[in-house]
Design a protein around this ligand. Sequence first.
Ligand code: FAD
Length: 581
Amino acid sequence: METLCRLTPALSVAPQVSAEDLGGLSALGFRAIINNRPDGEAEGQPPSALLEATARRLGLAYRHIPVVSGKVTDADVQAFAAALQELRGPVLAFCRTGTRSTTLWALSQAPHLDPAAILAAAKDAGYDLSGLRPRLDAAWDAAQPQAAAEPDTPATQYDVLVVGGGAAGCAAAASLLRRRRTLRIAIIEPRETHYYQPGWTLVGGGVFNRAQTSRPMQRTLPPGVQWVRAAAAGFEPEANAVILEDGTRIGYRALIVAPGLKLDWAAIPGLEETLGRNGVTSNYRFDLSAYTWELVQGLQHGTALFTQPPMPIKCAGAPQKAMYLSCDAWRQKGVLRNIDVTFHTAAPALFGVAAYVPPLMRYVERYGAKLALQSVLKSVDGPARTAVFATRQPDGSVTEETRSFDMLHVVPPQVAPDVVRASPFADAAGWVEVNPETLRHPGYGNVFSLGDACSAPNAKTAAAIRKQAPVVAENLVAVLEGRDPHAVYDGYGSCPLTVERGKVVLAEFGYGGKLLPTVPWDSTKPRRSAWVLKTKLLPTLYFDVMLRGREWLARPKLLPHVPAPHEAAAAMPERQGARAG
Ligand code: FAD
């Protein structure tokens, strides 16, 4: 018989084999024969039935997988692959020249072997299959997504993955890099622009222009951090992976969940379609804050309504700040007495920390505003300029009232983002569940959260993030290095209440409403210096200090005992997805 060519240790190929050759092949150690030639292809060709009978007599397994020359189908390839799986080798496959058998082998290996390696092996055996390259490449490429979808091996891995490039995500990443320069950190953030939201109150009050409250995202992300321009669509904490909207999975050793909160405009029927028109505005949106100031300037007389939804909301003082700055502008223009102002708040008191209520009430009285407590905005009819409020009465009953307005400043209900609510991290209310002191998830030891998205019962403010970010950074580094979290957050939050143009009541407080003034002064007093802080210093402190990981007056409080790595070696297994217990 003519030359045998060895493709792999288990498979050789050959040109036409005769019945007489089979004894010699058996003596060479072959255990199975595959015939790839259709019967009757050429004169003198031994029929398959004869070859099969002879092979069986010699104890050789036999398969007839006839393939038309130049027409190797996918079904042929599958049949050949199945035969190779079943037969115990070494196997000899043959056709007229051996090319069809080599082609079948090459295509059957394409999903597993690099096409270049297959072609090289065929060439060594004397078969030039370079014309097969596109088909081999296609089979190889088609197999790749399957490999990428393996549940435990995301293609891209980071030491720390941060979801959300807002105040919380940027500050935490910057604080981490201050501690460990070499950490590989990525921030998942879909927006091109970063907003300084505390400035929107000042835009609505005619103090700032909108440009002062936004910067390109690229400039606010900490240098050295990888920006993943996408939105997180799901979490797989057991596999330490975050899934993006396009299905890409990104792996991590530790995760920070900081996507902020969702403004639920749609919860109030009629509101969304009239925002920015018909006198309906909100400082809670970048594009609308300028409309607030436009309305304030235009109003000479009529009715102005300001609303505050049920807690929690970000910056609980912002709804009334909008009212104070509007009233002050109308006062200065001499039109305030012509404007009927009401503050409708879902809360039972003007402010959540009792110490600040008296000074704020003095401003409500000074502006002649009415206060409607436990009064919730239910719906809006923009073109008709009416709004419906449900108000709880002292006897516990709830009455509905339709009010006409010339200006309506709405603060929408606020809820956890859908991606968080649907995740394994969510608490009963939908927020990312964290221990209020360590800001670590109670179930997943390598997951942290801060900012508006987390469940800690602090005032949701950028000021809170200034103190939370160092705590998260400290504890996350500890966990990565096999130690227990040891930094604690005291619930600090701050709300600079702009009670008039030029004066601020700087409310600073922690868990349980405990007053935590940074400067030892009476923080309930309206102050000019606090106005200067709010309008001149805080934007710089935000962008150039907090977002750069400079922890001025924000060093975290550390618990006295920090366990040595060997004491806590088991605290952080190599794969972090396991529940912390
Ligand atoms: P954000 O800053 O809202 O950032 C969240 C980021 O996550 C966004 O960039 C968003 O694009 C991104 N994101 C969302 N979903 C996803 C996803 N699925 N995947 C990836 N990324 C996602 N605070 C104060 O301290 N003082 C004040 O005076 C003050 N005044 C305020 C006035 C107003 C009108 C408003 C609206 C807020 C005010 N705040 C104030 C509150 C403060 O701005 C917020 O508490 C703070 O911005 C929260 O930061 P954060 O990072 O948690 O959320």
